[in-house]
Write a protein that binds this ligand. Structure first.
Ligand code: NAD
Length: 350
């Protein structure tokens, strides 16, 4: 029997992980612990809201007393930690928010785990879900491996690097069993429309400009969010304690090429004449500290744990566009802020 806290379970990736665990493991109790910031949306989970093995706790990971209560009340056996401030542009505007949630919040969770698991530490697991951005930027060749030195360049990646270090340090110092995974850029359903792919889908629907940073030649590896959730399931169940796993899509794209593919697929699906969406592309001033290229070598998780992505980028992107076109209401709620009313209605008094 496992009672697993999944933090950030109302977010983009967390909601896929919660859904996967709730449906695949009916014998586990899944506690979705989320503060419901602007990025947390319980509508992401309306299909599993009533599952008997699912519990939602509206808690900020900065609230030590509430963390204590949850660990005791639910006899928590494992933590899968995704809650974070996750948007690089916001970290440039207000870095301290990222220090509080991503660093202090992670240490609060580690402290709660250390305290409540003291009697049977070896049965427990603290899984920290992290990013490849901790490694910094690559030149035109090479890949990030698990041995690449950390070199974070943005306040976001610095805060995630710091939280990775704290998790590892709690493993060394207090023997807290942990695993860490560092993943490349995700895309897919329920993606908050401040990030590139959903923002551009939304802008094409609403015929707004498509703002491309700098020369558009920034390169990222992209992974379908459902494949990330499967990778997290794999690492949680088969990963070796104390190890790090890089997760990636074996799928590098220059931003401008990705945007052109997206425009082409959107034009086909919307019945536009070719080139309609591409005409919306507008180059804008670069973001400070913008890393040129990220590329993940995911050989370790592939060879040792048998995971690989299940869909190609073209398939995943097509499914993502279909999802956004079929869920305009979700998009409207998120972009209008009306989804907050849903939280109040559903969870007033929590
Ligand atoms: P997200 O912004 O969509 O979701 C974050 C969730 O955390 C939200 O539900 C939010 O309400 C919650 N949260 C934020 N601050 C909180 C706090 N103080 N207490 C409790 N809950 C809080 O993020 P995401 O894109 O789903 O990313 C999830 C995790 O995966 C993050 O740790 C991120 O660093 C990591 N990651 C993301 C990507 C990506 O491409 N999105 C890639 C690699 C790793």
């Amino acid at each position: 029997m496992k009672n697993i806290i999944i933090t950030g379970g109302a977010g983009f990736i967390g909601s896929q992980v919660v859904r996967l665990f709730v449906t695949k493991y009916p014998a586990y109790k899944i506690i979705n612990l989320d503060a419901l910031t602007y990025a947390g949306n319980l509508e992401n989970l309306s299909d599993i809201d009533n599952a008997p093995n699912y519990i939602f706790e509206k808690i900020n990971i900065l609230d030590v007393e509430e963390l204590e209560r949850v660990f005791m009340e639910h006899e928590v056996t494992d933590v899968i930690h995704l809650a974070a401030e996750s948007h690089v542009d916001r970290s440039i505007e207000s870095p301290l928010d990222f220090v509080y949630t991503n660093v202090v919040g992670t240490v609060n969770l580690l402290n709660a785990a250390k305290k409540h698991w003291a009697a049977d530490l070896d049965q427990r697991l603290f899984y920290h879900v992290s990013t490849d951005e901790v490694y910094g930027a690559l030149g035109s060749t090479g890949f990030f491996t698990e041995d690449t030195p950390y070199h974070p360049n943005s306040p976001y990646s610095a805060s995630k690097a710091s939280s990775d270090h704290f998790v590892r340090a709690y493993g060394e110092t207090y023997h807290l069993p942990f695993v860490i995974s560092n993943c490349s850029n995700n895309y897919g359903p329920y993606h908050f429309p401040e990030k590139l792919i959903p923002l551009f889908i939304n802008n094409i629907i609403t015929k707004k400009p498509l703002p491309v940073y700098g020369d558009g030649l920034y390169t990222r590896d992209w992974l379908y969010v459902k494949d990330h959730a499967i990778a997290i399931d794999t690492v949680f169940h088969k990963g070796v304690v104390g190890e790090t796993y890089n997760i990636g899509g074996f799928n590098e794209w220059k931003n401008i090429d990705l945007v052109k593919l997206l425009c082409k697929q959107m034009d086909e699906k919307l019945g536009n004449s070719p080139g309609t969406s591409e005409a919306l592309i507008t180059y804008i001033k670069d973001r400070p500290g913008h890393d040129r290229r990220y590329a993940i070598d995911a050989t370790k998780i592939n060879k040792e744990l048998g995971w690989k992505p299940s869909v190609t980028f073209e398939q995943g992107l097509s499914e993502t566009i279909d999802w956004f076109l079929d869920n305009k209401e979700w998009l409207n709620h998120v972009t209008s802020g009306a989804y907050k009313e849903y939280y109040t209605k559903m969870y007033s008094g929590q």
